[in-house]
Design a protein around this ligand. Structure first.
Ligand SMILES: [Zn+2]
Ligand SMILES: [Zn+2]
Length: 287
């Protein structure tokens, strides 16, 4: 089985100092078939000035990495788009000319606040904030589905579906996602309708949490609803975090009935069968 880490950050993101070549060397060391950089692209007025994304510099880095490491590992040029409903027309224009392999749709804001900051939780019922966040994710997926009608896919992967749980744990000491599985269900159904592949994001597993984002219940539910493949990402912000906890994520996927990973190149998916713990499988095209 060929493994790809399809969600990592480098110094081209505001919150990472990682040297891109170090992350690729780690991917080779760990025996990955590929790694996709997915740098933050933030357009909210409060974040735009702090978003260090520089498309020309990032593209040049990717080209250098491919020249240096391309015979050993596939280096994907991706991006993690922070969902901001009012900015979507400009975002879509940018993405169409960006030459990306994979585009993540990620929701970091809910009810006008960044969910990863304490102000989003302060003095509020964490269950309510959790539900509001999940409804924001649902709105984003439905918006994406409308945008993609009659054209090629804009977004490929839904990043960290229940991202809010990392912060409800941090700021309120609780995780409330299981109280709102009705909304998670709607998100998963909307993903299937829009062709958006949900990611299993392992970053919570290195932050003292027992589940990836989303957790095992959502993975199983996605399979029950007809979902067949998901995307795997570590959300590494340091080279040492590349592909961290993938073994556990793969066992959760297998146990939940997901048998394939979706791997993106040029914004199109190929299928990588997960198989058994020791299986070796080649890639086959979806098309
Ligand atoms: Zn994110
Ligand atoms: Zn990320």
């Amino acid at each position: 089985m060929d493994l790809y880490d399809q969600h990592i950050h480098s110094k081209h993101s505001f919150d990472s100092q990682a040297e891109p070549a170090h992350s690729v060397l780690r991917a080779i060391e760990y025996g990955l078939a590929g790694v996709s950089f997915t740098e933050h692209y933030d357009t909210h007025p409060d974040e735009r000035d702090g978003c260090v994304y520089d498309h020309a510099a990032y593209s040049a880095t990717i080209n250098r990495l491919r020249d240096r490491f391309g015979s050993s590992v596939r280096v994907g040029k991706g991006i993690e788009v922070d969902y901001q409903a009012e900015n979507m027309p400009a975002i879509v224009d940018f993405l169409d000319g960006g030459g990306f392999d994979i585009v993540l749709l990620s929701v970091h804001w809910s009810k006008g606040k960044p969910i990863h900051q304490e102000a989003a939780w302060d003095g509020l019922d964490p269950s309510r904030v959790t539900r509001d966040y999940l409804v924001s994710v649902l709105d984003a997926v439905r918006h994406c589905e409308r945008l993609q009608r009659g054209r090629s896919p804009i977004f490929n992967v839904l990043g960290h579906l229940d991202f809010c749980k990392r912060y409800s744990k941090r700021f309120a000491g609780v995780v409330c996602v299981d109280e709102h599985l009705d909304v998670v269900d709607e998100i998963l159904v909307s993903c299937l309708e829009s062709g958006l592949i949900p990611e299993v994001n392992t970053s919570t597993l290195r932050n003292d949490m027992p589940d990836p984002m989303p957790g095992a219940a959502a993975v199983r539910r996605y399979a029950d609803l007809g979902g067949r493949m998901m995307s795997l990402g570590s959300d590494a912000h340091r080279a040492t975090q590349v592909s961290a906890n993938f073994d556990l994520a793969l066992s959760i996927l297998r146990a939940g009935g997901i048998e394939k990973l979706a791997v993106f190149h040029d914004r199109r998916a190929s299928v990588e069968p997960i198989g058994g713990a020791n299986s070796e499988c080649g890639m086959s095209s979806l098309e």
